[in-house]
Each structure stands twice: as C-alpha cells, then as structure tokens.
Design a protein around this ligand. Structure first.
Ligand SMILES: [Zn+2]
Length: 404
C-alpha cells in the first residue's frame, strides 16, 4: 500500500469517523479545558500547579502508569496492541510569562485571548480530546502511546523536560517516534530542529580611575573586540546559522575603568556541524580578544580574564522527509486540506531529532496569533478547530497504526 492508501484507509474507516464525530460532539468541553488550563499559571520553572491539574486530567482519562517524573513532566500510557513500539505525543506545560501575569481568559465570539492560550495550552486540551475520541471509537493502536505534558520547553527551560524523558527517565531508550503538538497551525511541520548554544560571558580586570589610571587594560575593550570579531564571522545561509550579542551590561561609574562587563550571546544553526564550527570560532574569539587587550595596554595592576557560563544548550537535529513519521503525517494532514510545509524551529522535537529518533512538531488546529505576547489569542471556531484536530489525530493514528 502507498502512504496515501494507508492514510485513506484510516480516514475512511468507521472508527476514525466516530472519533471525529466525538471531537465535534465534545468541542465545547475541549474549549472549557483550554480555558481551565490557561487560567492555571505556568511560568518558566513554575509549572507545578498546572502539572498537578493535568496529571489528574490524564488520570481521569483512564491512562495507565499516570505519573510525574523527577523533572516535573506528567504523563500516562495508552497501551496499544503490544507490537513493542512506543510513541510519545507531547504538549508543553510551560509558558514564557512570569509569575504574576494575568492569565484570565477573555472571550470574544469564538476567540479566546490570554497569555499562553495557544502556545501551548490549547494542545494540552487537544491531547485529552484525542484520548476521548479514541476511546469512544474503540480505537486500538499498534504502538503504545505515551501522552506527556512536559516542562521547560520555553527559553531558559532549555528543553529540560524532554531531555529528561529521552535521556534519563524510565522511558529512556524506548521511544520510537515523537510528536510535539505545539501551536495551532496545521500548515507547517517542524522537521529541522534549530540548535542553539547560549552563553553569558563576563570579562574582568583590575579597574581603576578613568583619568588617573588611563592606559590600564579594560574589560570593555576586550569585550568590544570580541563582539567586533564575532560580527565578522561568515556563516552559511544554508543551513541557516546565526549569532547575536543580545544583552550587555556592567561597569561601575562613568569615571571608572570597569572591573567587569558582561554579555549574553545566542549562537544557532540548523546543522550540528555548523553550530559546532561557530561555537569553536566563538571560543577562539574570546581568547584572541582577551589577549589583544592584555597586549595593548598596561597590565601592571592585573590582567583581563573572562568566564564563560552556559545558559542554554539545545541540540540541533533533523528528521528525514522520507521517514514514515513525516510521510504518513503529511499525507494525513494533507487529506484534511492542509499543506504541512517542512520547517525549521526550536521545539521539544529537537531532543528526539538530536538522538536520531524520528521527531516532528505539528499544530493542534484552529488558528491563533501574537504568541509570547500578552495579546496572544486563538480562534476556536468549531469547523476549523475540529478539522485541524482531526488532521492531527489522523497523523498520530497513521503513525501508531490502528488494529482493524
Ligand atoms: Zn510552544
């Protein structure tokens, strides 16, 4: 059977139709779940309350081995027919918004406005809808499916939830395929995980009076030189590779040679080898800039030195367009009228990709905008919302395989 035939067989089956009918019949409940979960704050490193609520929801949906792992992820298993393979379907619990942000949902027609409502709270509710739809339709998959609400997807969370699940938790080494359900649109699919390395670099020196000690080494000149040298690094457009000196600070007073200055740097690439190359050059630059300053001015009172602190490390990776995960998912989504264009992004799927495990990110359906802003919104207009959810469910089931 071709991929299209496999997908058509699934989508036209009475069981799948029943599942879609359930998604439709229970859409109001799904919207309620979105609102309930959105209104439980989940700031970075503060996901506990939402995790506890989601854990109870997973339990109420009859999953097995419902638990919270050491890092804070909550999960439960929907057992398949026992072919031994394990698929993970995950949505992230955390938002980018700090504690104290007003997360009350404002409803205008079919639109819901609230920080985090689409990234990624809608997906958490959609996973629950998938479980109910499969149960109502009596669908038994071949693979076991582990449903996960994970911590630490955003920013300095640094994918710690997924990293733990794949490399330390009890499912380590057992995961065969991975779906991150993140955001709303079904028209793109992340198949390339943009890797990043993020550092805080502090340059230190003896400091002194700006006038009286003139001629003494300055960490400012060392850092400025490092920034200028980084700015000269040529990186490929394909695979896209980038750098940014993003946040700077330091100094004591306008009439002082500083004791220390610092910067935060973001290095990224779609390709692990390019990220490694850029990273290696960056380390050379820090050395060169420091040595140049120590050679250029007076070091009698002390040398310039620097310290490097890692504040983020997301591995790059890629899932082949020829992999079953991608071909089946794209066909399933396309059968619902969406394109699922391959895209590059930094998501929970990075971890699986970096380990050579097929992993992708797809949306949860509906539409939305202004992610990561206080004006974030989603549209839960039922026709589009249910069509998108159906497309995602079809992708999950096509990959998991359904027992006739
Ligand atoms: Zn997200």
């Amino acid at each position: 059977m071709t991929t299209e035939e496999t997908v058509a067989g699934l989508i036209e089956s009475p069981a799948f139709r029943k599942a879609v009918a359930t998604l439709a019949a229970e859409h109001d409940r799904t919207v309620e779940d979105i609102i309930t979960l959105t209104e439980i704050p989940a700031p970075p490193f503060g996901e506990e309350k939402r995790a506890a609520a989601y854990l109870e929801m997973l339990r109420a949906h009859g999953l097995e081995d419902v638990e919270q792992d050491e890092i804070g992820n909550v999960m439960g298993l929907r057992r398949g027919a026992g072919n031994g393979s394990l698929m993970v379907v995950a949505a992230h619990l955390d938002t980018v918004f700090p504690a104290g942000t007003d997360v009350k949902v404002r409803r205008e027609g079919t639109k819901l406005f609230a920080p985090g409502v689409g990234d990624d709270t809608r997906s958490l509710a959609v996973l629950l809808a998938y479980m109910r739809a499969m149960d109502a339709a009596g669908i038994r998959t071949r693979s076991d499916i582990l449903f996960v609400g994970d911590v630490g997807e955003e920013g300095l969370g640094d994918l710690r939830g997924m990293r733990h699940l794949f490399t330390q938790g009890k499912y380590k080494g057992k995961i065969d395929a991975f779906f991150s359900i993140d955001g709303t649109t079904m028209d793109r699919m992340t198949v390339t995980g943009v890797g990043s390395k993020r550092y805080r670099v502090a340059f230190k020196g003896p400091g002194g009076h700006s006038y009286g000690a003139f001629g003494r080494v300055s960490p400012s000149f060392a850092m400025a030189k490092a920034i200028a040298l980084l700015g000269e690094v040529e990186v490929p457009k394909q695979p896209k590779t980038t750098y940014s000196v993003s946040v700077l600070g330091g100094g004591t007073s306008v009439n002082a040679i500083p004791n220390d200055v610092w910067m935060e740097v973001d290095l990224r690439s779609e390709a692990p080898a390019e990220l490694e190359k850029l990273h290696a050059r960056f380390l050379e630059i820090l050395e060169e800039a420091t040595q140049a300053e120590n050679a250029a001015r007076d070091v009698d009172a002390g040398l310039i030195s620097y310290t490097l602190t890692t504040i983020g490390d997301r591995p790059a990776g890629n899932t082949s367009l020829e992999s079953e995960l991608v071909t089946l998912s794209r066909a399933a989504i396309k059968a619902h009228g969406y394109e699922a264009r391959p895209a590059a992004s930094s998501t929970d799927a990075n971890i699986g990709m970096s380990l050579g495990i097929p992993a992708i990110q797809i949306g949860s359906g509906g539409s939305g905008g202004r992610e990561h802003s206080l004006e974030e919104w989603i549209d839960v207009e039922p026709t589009a919302s249910i069509r998108g959810m159906s497309a995602g469910l079809a992708a999950v089931l096509a990959v998991a395989g359904v027992v006739d």
